[in-house]
Design a protein around this ligand. Structure first.
Ligand code: BES
Ligand code: MN
Ligand code: ZN
Length: 499
């Protein structure tokens, strides 16, 4: 997709489609008014007929509008003028892209960048637009058969022209760059998530990290089983031992900050398929457990974005990745594992495997003397019950860090909710036979999972994002979302700006 910004007149700018906004009660935006005037009041009369009210995300396509250079004019509803916020803005942009799909339009002049949107500056607003367009045009078809079909392919959108006042163009162009970088990271994370588990194995993830490193200054290292054995990662390797696929520990270092600046460390859960292990999951929707590496994908996506932005910061990405399979050699309920930290763990449910691989990755993070550590994991079904599919669960041992992440999520429109992680819950992890159990019972399942991780994060400021509800969509629109790449990239951009 190509985005460009110029100062243009809606009635004179040529494109396959001119997109203008209509507020509720049929109030025209400035661009819609310009089109209406040039077309001799056509928009006003169409609206009067009641074909469109300006309701948020409604659309109406008009063809061969007189006095207009473009072939089509698309009206997009924006809702109440004074209430247009980021949520509404993104909905309206997505609706416009959907309305263009399946038409013959390959280029669009969108008069939406200049609209007033609550609480965002021009750069952020344009970035939202770009990210939304890229999200709405994302396709995953690399696994479809290659048979030729006779149907002529519908044209798809390839060029978007935005219009801004001269004084705002620079800020807008910064927004395009930022938006495209985030979108590239999101698309990378979506692709990795959507790939089937027989393709996207731990080895495949490691190869992707190495390829990203080759194409940039990112330093990438992959640890294999023998090295992890030497490090004493008994918890991670316990999970991995039931699989034919070799486990990998991927370590990526982006060193673009000051030499003495402590790095931000991101740790992503990379279970490329979670059967539950011996504590086997039920069959329904088990295919979706290919998405159990979406934490890892979000770390890879975020590193792709910060590499593209050449972000001046020191950041480390750590990805423990393996499969969770039932096998003659798999761990059993009752097994006791010794983690790299020395703490022992009684495995009471082999399906609580995410925390078992993350705990060793968190201990490994200590060697980077991190400024902060954030782990990202599709960790608990309980988090989906608590928050549904809109918000990621956020847990932290440091309120200031939690607030930074919450605010980054708000800015990037990739929101999280601060969950409690009181000492009171820790008792649920008591074990009669080891230092702790790997599950804490049914009550507060996402909190006790976070409590488990907190025991391996005592030496640094740490936050945990449970993305079980936000990393992918089920049902007809099944697919990875690329979340929380926007949140993480925004967080790192703000850290870089502060340094
Ligand atoms: N990957 C799952 C969490 C999950 C389940 C995410 C469903 C999204 C949808 C995780 O490894 C898991 O199985 N967690 C268990 C923990 C339980 C055994 C304490 C769960 O949530 O049921
Ligand atoms: Mn599991
Ligand atoms: Zn899992």
């Amino acid at each position: 997709m190509e985005f460009s910004i110029k100062t243009t007149n809606p009635e004179k700018q040529r494109s396959d489609c001119t997109v203008v906004g209509i507020y509720e009660s049929r109030k025209l935006t400035a661009a819609a008014l310009a089109v209406d005037t040039a077309a001799g009041g056509l928009l006003t009369s169409v609206l009067k007929r009641g074909d469109m009210e300006g309701k948020l995300a409604s659309t109406l396509m008009l063809h061969s509008v007189p006095g207009i250079e473009s072939d089509r004019v698309l009206l997009v509803g924006l809702g109440k003028e004074r209430e247009l916020d980021v949520a509404g803005y993104r909905k309206a942009v997505a609706a416009a892209v959907r309305a263009l799909k399946g038409t013959g339009a390959a280029s669009a002049a969108m008069y939406l960048a200049e609209l007033a949107v609550k609480k965002v500056d021009i750069t952020r607003k344009v970035a939202h637009l770009v990210e939304t367009v890229m999200d709405a045009t994302y396709k995953f078809d690399s696994m479809k058969g290659k048979q030729k079909d006779d149907k002529p392919k519908a044209k798809s959108l390839t060029k978007v022209l935005l219009s801004l006042a001269k004084a705002d163009i620079k800020a807008g162009e910064a927004g395009v760059k930022q938006g495209l970088s985030v979108a590239a990271g999101v698309a990378f994370a979506k692709d990795l998530g959507n790939l089937p588990p027989n393709v996207c194995t731990p080895t495949y993830l490691a190869e992707q990290a190495i390829a990203l490193g080759k194409a940039s200054d990112l330093h990438v290292q992959v640890l294999d089983r023998p090295e992890m054995e030497k490090l004493g990662m008994g918890s991670f390797l316990g999970v991995a031992q039931g699989s034919r696929q070799p486990p990998k520990l991927i370590v990526m270092q982006h060193k673009k900050g000051k030499k003495n600046q402590k790095p931000v460390v991101l740790v992503g859960k990379g279970i490329t398929f979670d059967t539950g292990g011996i504590s086997l999951k039920p069959g329904a929707e088990m295919d979706e457990m290919k998405y159990d590496m979406c934490g890892a994908a979000s770390v890879l996506g975020t590193f792709k974005a910060i590499v593209e932005l050449d972000l001046p910061i020191n950041a480390v990405g750590i990805i423990p990745t393996c499969e969770n399979m039932p096998d003659g050699n798999a761990i059993r309920p009752g097994d006791v594992l010794t983690s790299m930290s020395g703490q022992t763990i009684e495995v009471l449910n082999t399906d609580a495997e995410g925390r078992l691989i993350l705990c060793d990755a968190l201990t490994y993070a200590e060697r980077f003397e991190p400024a902060s550590v954030v782990d990202i994991a599709t960790l608990t079904g309980a988090c989906v019950i608590a928050l549904g599919h809109h918000l990621s669960g956020l847990f932290s041992n440091k309120d200031a860090l939690a607030h930074e992440l919450l605010s980054a999520g708000e800015q990037a429109w990739d929101r999280a909710w601060h969950m409690p992680m009181l000492e009171d819950y820790q008792g649920q992890l008591d074990s009669n036979f080891a230092d702790m159990a790997n599950i804490g019972g049914r009550a507060a399942g996402s909190i006790t999972a976070a409590c488990f991780l907190s025991r391996y994060a005592k030496k640094f400021d740490w936050a945990h994002l449970d993305i079980a509800g936000t990393a992918w969509k089920s049902g007809k629109e099944k697919g990875a979302t690329g979340r929380p790449v926007p949140l993480l990239t925004e967080f790192l951009m703000q850290r870089a700006a502060k340094a």
